[in-house]
Write a new protein. Structure first.
Length: 250
């Protein structure tokens, strides 16, 4: 789903910090699938935790995320594990080395980069209005276009954070995620918020919702389809302004 790395239209190379202790997160999610006026509906819920380790090998930075969670579908629950390994090359390009995260729950398998350099964070703090951006859609070749807006950060645990709200959309034409037998013609929209630690530069909180809507052809005609993916990731206890804020900072 959200495998695209968004550099906020500003990011350069990631800052090569010293190796730090593993970062812990909680993660929740929900996927819903509806055809027609509710003739066919399904829902899957996720809840668990994960850890992110950051290690440096020469000029390359390796990120490893491991998640343990419960997947619940139609009242049946099962314990699952997911992992994702990504390398940040000296050029600033991210290489996804190993993706074993089929439910898109790890912090490395999301629409925002897991870490930003100090210059990018400073640029976010200086944003005074909407910033246009575009990036490839995770499900189609056409780009998603939208805006970033700085929002009140507050704290997550003991860390001060820099916050950004995002909203983007674009056309959708192709096979549906997890349902390759269905081809949809419609639109895709993504919105949510992300918060980075002012000192750690790590992504500490993310709320992301992706909505895909349109029509699919079948033997009897066309059916309307709506798919909604929601993901919430938090470092530790994320109360405070960062967890709830949605207003732009003056």
């Amino acid at each position: 789903m959200l495998s695209v790395v968004l550099a906020l239209a500003l990011a350069g190379e990631l800052w090569a910090a010293q190796a730090r202790a593993d970062q812990a997160y909680t993660v929740t999610g929900k996927d819903s699938f509806t055809i027609g006026g509710g003739d066919i509906e399904s829902e899957v819920a996720y809840r668990g935790s994960q850890t992110l380790s950051v290690r440096h090998h020469g000029k390359t930075t390796r990120y490893v995320a491991r998640a343990d969670y419960v997947r619940t579908e139609e009242g049946a629950s099962s314990a699952q594990r997911g992992s994702f390994v990504a390398d940040m090359l000296p050029s600033g390009e991210q290489l996804d080395s190993a993706n074993h995260d089929p439910d898109y729950l790890t912090v490395l398998n999301q629409p925002f980069s897991v870490e930003l350099d100090a210059g990018t964070l400073a640029a976010l703090r200086r944003l005074s209005g909407p910033l246009p951006f575009a990036f490839p859609s995770p499900f189609a070749s056409a780009p998603l276009r939208g805006f970033l807006v700085r929002i009140a950060g507050g704290r997550i645990g003991s860390q001060k954070v820099v916050g950004v709200r995002f909203s983007a959309g674009g056309p959708m034409r192709g096979a549906l995620p997890d349902r390759p037998g269905l081809t949809l013609l419609g639109t895709i929209e993504m919105h949510g918020s992300a918060f980075y630690g002012e000192m750690s530069d790590l992504l500490l909180a993310l709320d992301a919702t992706v909505t895909i809507s349109g029509s699919v052809a079948n033997t009897t005609g066309k059916d309307q389809v709506t798919i909604v993916y929601r993901r919430t990731i938090r470092a530790g206890q994320a109360s405070s302004a960062a967890a709830e804020s949605s207003k732009p900072t003056p």
